[in-house]
Design a protein around this ligand. Structure first.
Ligand code: NAD
Length: 255
């Protein structure tokens, strides 16, 4: 069974081969999806081009999500390349390193705005410009973290941005359901990636998960990839506006 054969899916957020978006792309490619990768800037372009080159039929397009003109161009390019779009994988977030340590109360106005712009509003902006291409229905997914609901040490403004992201998932799901477009999030356990490097004491977070999570192990990017595949496929056709946890069960415990 090829779960996403013939589906055109844009994958946003590959920076390197450790990116969660890359693991998602692996799962989707193995089940027959046609992929377009977007990259943030020239700094990562070559790496993304190389990675995309390992997947048959995949291509790359630029898109810095802080720039509306970039998102417009992406929509235009996807219209030309695909005509119809079936899936959007949004795996993008950013906050300044100095806002990811110490007390949340010290968050600056522009640091707060920047984190929300890139990590939450970008999902709305991308959905706004791309949903008209989803004329056969579709699936949109994004990546979130437990820090959206709990005050976690050093996650600070990113947790607040993730709360906005999760609320945006619900509002977008409610808007776009009438077009048979579903919108969901995966809340992943901690995974060692470039973005995770910005979070202070990340190793001790991993250790706690290993000790306390019901499955007694940390999350593998491939586990997120396979859940993303489920969300992009027809198997999840009844699910929208949801946050699905792929975290070895860590969020259920009371410690
Ligand atoms: P990553 O650094 O590999 O990916 C983050 C991506 O965001 C990069 O590709 C980067 O280029 C992109 N990005 C940042 N600013 C951008 C902009 N202005 N325009 C376009 N792209 C931009 O790290 P990751 O861990 O794979 O992160 C992917 C997503 O998963 C993020 O939303 C992150 O918050 C979320 N997440 C990560 C973890 C974890 O532990 N790694 C856990 C839960 C959720």
């Amino acid at each position: 069974m090829s779960l996403v054969a013939g589906k055109n899916i844009v994958v946003m957020g590959v920076a390197n081969d450790r990116s969660i978006a890359w693991a998602i792309a692996q799962s989707l490619a193995a089940q027959g999806a046609r992929l377009v990768f977007t990259y943030e800037n020239e700094r990562v372009e070559e790496r993304v081009r190389k990675l995309a080159g390992t997947i048959e039929g995949a291509s790359i397009l630029p898109c810095n999500v802080t720039d509306d003109a970039d998102i417009d161009r992406l929509a235009e390019n996807l219209r030309e390349q695909f005509g119809v779009l079936h899936g959007i994988v949004h795996s993008i977030a950013f906050a300044r390193t100095e806002e990811l340590e110490g007390m949340f109360v010290n968050t600056s106005r522009d640091g707060f705005a920047l984190a929300h712009d890139i990590s939450a509003y970008s999902l709305v902006a991308v959905a706004q410009k791309l949903y008209p291409l989803m004329t056969e229905g579709g699936s949109v997914m994004t990546m979130t973290y437990l820090g959206a609901e709990r005050a976690l040490k050093n996650y600070n403004v990113m947790g607040v941005a993730k709360a906005a992201l999760e609320a945006s998932v619900r509002y977008l799901a409610n808007d776009l359901g009438q077009f048979n477009i579903r919108v969901n999030a995966i809340s992943a356990g901690p995974i060692r990636t470039l973005a995770a490097k910005g979070i202070k004491d990340f190793n001790s977070i991993l250790k706690t998960v290993e000790e306390k999570a019901p499955l007694r192990r940390t999350t593998e990017a491939a586990e997120v990839g396979d859940t993303a595949l489920f969300l992009m496929s027809n198997l999840s056709r009844g699910i929208t506006g949801e946050v699905i946890y792929v975290d070895s069960g860590y969020h259920i415990i009371g410690v």
